[in-house]
Write a protein that binds this ligand. Structure first.
Ligand code: FAD
Ligand code: DHB
Length: 395
């Protein structure tokens, strides 16, 4: 079996790369270890930056997103029981974000690829990478029927998430991994309730962080900070609602609507960057190369900017036989990644409650929230980062 670009992983990064390459007439094959139903049903991100929305529209995939997604012009930050609106639209001269769930983006991408005759192998096993420092690398895998295949390609795109095999193929001698593990976890729920608030609420509370988000008018997505080692079986629906309400209720009588919880889980939080993001003919993108804590809503959006740089590099290679941009893929992508890492780290430490901190540090944290919500300069910086920084190709 042969293709130009062998893509491992059908997440947002792998699928969008395959689609963008197809629009340029470059063929690729996507290998995914999970089933189509599973990738289309996994609940993860909710917030798309302006740049991601623009990319999805420019790639001809925006029809359902523009109908079913919800544009938000701002968010609210809450601390000491009071809310402070961040008017992102005004602070960024007209930019906005879109709440449209990641699994809907995945559905749109999968159907676009399959409708265009694209090849996605679901339920593959035993994926291994070979010859990445040669000009004709191969991927070995078995398909859903257990039949073994050898995929020969010009390039391998490792879009296989944090636990995939690609990153580890960059020899340790050339690979640096930098990370921070937080003492925080997020317990996320999907609940059948009316919308709690027209905009997302990021709340700091002595008992821990809480986030109110949404999916549809009838289905809401909320999160609370918990111990990352906690077990979801310790959290009855009643306990979750009591905790959420304690953290988000305000002094003015506003009450969080509750209802049946249809899904709940706990994720741990880390910041992680692998440098560089390429070796020979292997390029890694998205969560395979970096993880951000979810507080800044950056993970999916970063995956989308990585693959825009990668696509452009691959395109120049086939159009002009020129490798310069491909050679600079990692350098260009990492510049933006580190800025998103900085922002996600900052949002996380500003909003979460670390019970190991001293009362002095807690007062500094509250003072930071006071500063951010009262200084136009600080608000502008938050808004500029939240809607997404531009991708800087030069300079
Ligand atoms: P993934 O989505 O992880 O896709 C990788 C794919 O590779 C998977 O489908 C996996 O099955 C496949 N794979 C793995 N190993 C193999 C193998 N050996 N062979 C073949 N296939 C393999 N981001 C935002 O931008 N905004 C948000 O609001 C946001 N909120 C979040 C909230 C939560 C609770 C969480 C957990 C994450 C959130 N994120 C958010 C982050 C976002 O979900 C990820 O950054 C995004 O999924 C990364 O996309 P990806 O394509 O790089 O990787
Ligand atoms: C959602 C997730 C985030 O990480 C975030 O910062 C905002 C919203 C969500 O899942 O809706």
């Amino acid at each position: 079996m042969k293709t130009k670009v062998g893509i491992i992983g059908a997440g947002p990064a792998g699928l969008m790369l395959s689609h963008l390459l197809h629009l340029e007439g470059i063929d690729s094959i996507v290998l995914e270890s999970r089933s189509r139903e599973e990738i289309e049903g996994t609940i993860r991100a909710g917030v798309l930056e302006q740049g991601t929305v623009d990319l999805i529209n420019a790639a001809g995939l925006g029809e359902r997103m523009m109908k079913e997604g919800k544009i938000h012009h701002g968010i609210e930050l809450q601390y000491n029981g009071q809310r402070h609106r961040v008017n992102m639209h005004e602070l960024t001269e007209g930019k906005e974000i879109m709440v449209y769930p990641q699994h809907e983006v995945i559905k749109d991408l999968v159907s676009a690829r399959l409708d265009a005759g694209g090849e996605i192998f679901f339920n593959v096993e035993g994926v291994s990478l070979h010859g990445i420092s040669t000009e004709s690398p191969q991927i070995l895998f078995s398909d859903i029927d257990g039949e073994a295949h050898e995929l020969h390609c010009d390039f391998i795109a490792g879009c296989d998430g944090f636990h995939g095999p690609s990153r580890k193929m960059i020899p340790e001698l050339f690979r640096q991994e930098k990370q921070k593990i937080y003492p925080f976890g997020w317990l996320g729920i999907l609940a059948e309730t009316p919308i709690a608030n027209p905009e997302l609420i990021y709340a700091n509370h002595d008992r821990g962080f809480a986030l109110l988000s949404t999916r549809t008018p009838e289905l809401q997505r909320h999160y609370i900070q918990v111990d990352p080692k906690d077990d979801i079986s310790n959290w009855s629906d009643d306990r979750i609602w009591t905790e959420l309400k304690t953290r988000v209720d305000t002094n003015d009588g506003w009450k969080l609507p509750d209802g049946p919880i249809v899904q709940k889980n706990i994720v741990s939080m880390r910041s992680f960057v692998c440098e560089p993001m390429q070796y020979g003919r292997l390029f890694i993108a998205g969560d395979a190369a970096h993880i951000v804590p979810p507080t800044g809503a950056k993970g999916l959006n970063l995956a989308m900017t990585d693959i825009q740089v990668l696509k452009q590099g691959i395109l120049r290679f086939y159009q002009f036989g020129e490798k310069e941009l491909l050679n600079k893929y990692s350098e260009i992508a990492l510049r933006r990644i580190w800025k998103a890492q900085r922002f996600s780290y900052w949002m996380t430490t500003m909003l979460h409650t670390d019970h190991n901190k001293t009362s002095f540090e807690r007062s500094i944290q509250l003072s930071e929230l006071d500063y951010v919500t009262s200084s136009r300069t600080a608000l502008k910086s938050l808004a500029e980062n939240y809607v997404g920084l531009p991708l800087e190709w030069e300079g």
